[in-house]
Write a protein that binds this ligand. Sequence first.
Ligand SMILES: C[S@@+](CC[C@H](N)C(=O)[O-])C[C@H]1O[C@@H](n2cnc3c(N)ncnc32)[C@H](O)[C@@H]1O
Length: 282
Amino acid sequence: MRHLVRCRVFRSDICSLLFARSKLLLPTHCEVKTPRFGICATNLRMEKNNSDEQHQQSVEQTTTIKFKPEVNRVQGILDSDPSVGWEKCWEEGLTPWDLGQPTPILIQLHETGSLPKGRALVPGCGSGYDVVAIACPDRYVVGLDISEKAIKKAEQLSSLLPNANYFTFIREDFFSWRPPKLFDLIFDYTFFCAIEPQMRSDWARQVRDLLKPDGELITLIFPISDHVGGPPYKVSVANYEEVLHPMGFKAVSIANNELAVGARKGREKLGRWKRFQSQSSL
Ligand SMILES: C[S@@+](CC[C@H](N)C(=O)[O-])C[C@H]1O[C@@H](n2cnc3c(N)ncnc32)[C@H](O)[C@@H]1O
């Protein structure tokens, strides 16, 4: 079974601002460089739901996604040899999905105490910015990636950080990994959209199996668009529901991510999911 995922849409500089705004290296007043992206959002409109203006909903109309040359090269590598495609991309420095910083909404959730404590997992963690950003004495975070090079990079970037005791990086295939302990939180960003759609049920099953029964799944639902093909494949809230509902997950909240970066704005929602086991009436 092919567990590897491919990606071809993202592009950013690998910014040297390590973990900016995570309070680890930079004071909170520091400006964080906004990275560039491999997608050009076009014709995206935000419309109000006339029936209830307080509950605005985004209507994504679009979408012509323009691919940068790096994106095409990533896809070519992944297409030619999927089994080692990710590793090759990392070796060649072709990581156009990489924001070069933690995603701002995650920092906000962390700083406002809105994330579960305990053990957290970030599958497909890449350079590990999101891992490091939420690691603290109350939360031990595991960053997992199938690429050895990605894991090495994440370790190099983070080993001297003051919170280094509260996270670790491991090289594993998410779909076959069997950890010794379960998690209180799984955070997925740009992993679900990168896996091939037929893998999504396996993704949901593994999320269920890795989370404690009362654990929480947080997804950044991206890219919300109507483009054809992938990766990254287009995603919608319904795509998540389709695979998560059979595993007992329900959305606790779905909200537009107003802190999405650059061209991702308007294409990204924050989804928070928990399992609700059916209760016996006996
Ligand atoms: C699109 S990138 C996203 C990286 C990171 N989440 C980010 O936002 O920068 C997808 C990542 O998933 C990793 N990956 C691909 N297949 C995987 C698998 N089966 N198990 C674990 N990681 C995988 C790749 O090496 C890559 O780093």
